[in-house]
Design a binder for this molecule. Structure first.
Ligand code: SF4
Length: 131
């Protein structure tokens, strides 16, 4: 079985971290995963959630996020979260940025409940710059 480069890198990073942790218990491994909250905005108002109640939205711009990704090139797992991540018109650009800049083993916009995805919305994947 042939492993992809990101997958091989992820397994190597896990093995190195596990080995060093055994040899030097005081050693703190570098993060392998990041869950990045791209916005608290949401088009739904679920009863148990406080995300949609957040009033102060100072979301990073596309360029600012791409700058963050450049500082996180060593990550193996990246999740772009919200709120509803797809309320960002640039979510496609951010996902492409994660792929092209970090190239992690796994990435996703994993907290979406789907109300803004292509099958449920007429305008989610525009290439328009972010608001
Ligand atoms: S869809 Fe998710 S982020 Fe939006 S209100 Fe519901 S739980 Fe919160």
């Amino acid at each position: 079985m042939r492993l992809s480069r990101p997958r091989m890198r992820a397994w190597k990073n896990v093995a190195v971290s596990a080995t060093l942790r055994r040899l030097r218990p005081e050693w703190v491994p570098r993060p392998h995963a990041a869950h990045l909250i791209t916005t608290y905005r949401c088009n739904l108002k679920c009863l148990g959630c406080g995300s949609w109640k957040v009033q102060d939205h100072a979301d990073l711009s596309t360029e600012e996020w791409l700058g963050v990704f450049r500082q996180l090139r060593s990550l193996d797992v990246v999740k772009l979260l919200g709120g509803e991540p797809f309320v960002r018109k640039d979510m496609k650009d951010l996902m492409i940025g994660v792929r092209d800049i970090i190239d992690p083993y796994s990435s996703s916009a994993s907290t979406s409940r789907g109300p803004m995805t292509p099958s449920t919305s007429s305008t989610p994947w525009s290439s328009t710059p972010p608001a």
